[in-house]
Design a protein around this ligand. Sequence first.
Ligand SMILES: [Zn+2]
Length: 301
Amino acid sequence: MIYKPRMESIELLILKALDSRICLSSKVKQLYFNLKKGYEGEILFDSLTEQLQCECLILNDLLLKQNNTLFQIDSLIIMSDTIYLFEVKNYEGNYYYESDKLYKIPKSEINNPLIQLIRSESLLRQFLHSLGITIPIHSSIVYINPEFTLYQTPLDKPFILPTQVNSFLKKLNKSSTKLNEKHNRMADKLILHHIQDPPFNQLPSYKYEEMHKGITCVNCTSITVSNMGKICICHKCGFEEAVEAAVMRSVEEYKLLFPEKKVTTNIIHEWCKVVKSKKRIRRILSENFKIMGVRQWTYYE
Ligand SMILES: [Zn+2]
């Protein structure tokens, strides 16, 4: 049972919006690509764990603090006598393992996720201990991408390779685990301590004036969306969306990028650009938000 669902991080959402509307430097583009790829891998793993029929509590994406040190957990499955901790990696291509180091072929060393896993497990154990909880932790790195190959994989490392994910989960599913109130309390405590707004990596600075105005496509994120009657159509992928939904999405995007600015009819009319009728924008805003202020000072919350 999914006890805590995964959401796209604010950082990823901001980068997605920026990527459609400004020209990102290659460094920021790489950051966006890595975050997006990681998130896709986690979602793929979630789609498998959510099929578990055994009694368990699944907590996806936890950010906790122990001894003033932040640590992030991709996936945690609480079963009766063990907590399973998963670090999910969406690496693609050919890699090899040598002297406790991980290399992408031909020869570029990348961070060994095992170090991160050992650190997370240790911090989680201390964290649980501080709450008076003692339970064995079983940690693994899940390589989720079907196009990932790891040569020279040592047998004694806690790696779950793409061809092993299903059998690992099948085995979990077969265990006769019974949960009680104690497990729910443990899950609640973890969620209570989850840090909602983590510090961001380096986001670029941006200004409203330099952004492409228009509506981004919900399917392919391109900004080549036009409005015809009650429908918005993407010229890149052909995706169609009701104009109200598209405008509301754009408002959320605007609020995400400019949380300090007020939402007004004029600004959203300019922001969405392709919806020519200001009256329509005003109607959508007034139907979906609380109207604050009067006349030319009206804004929406
Ligand atoms: Zn599209």
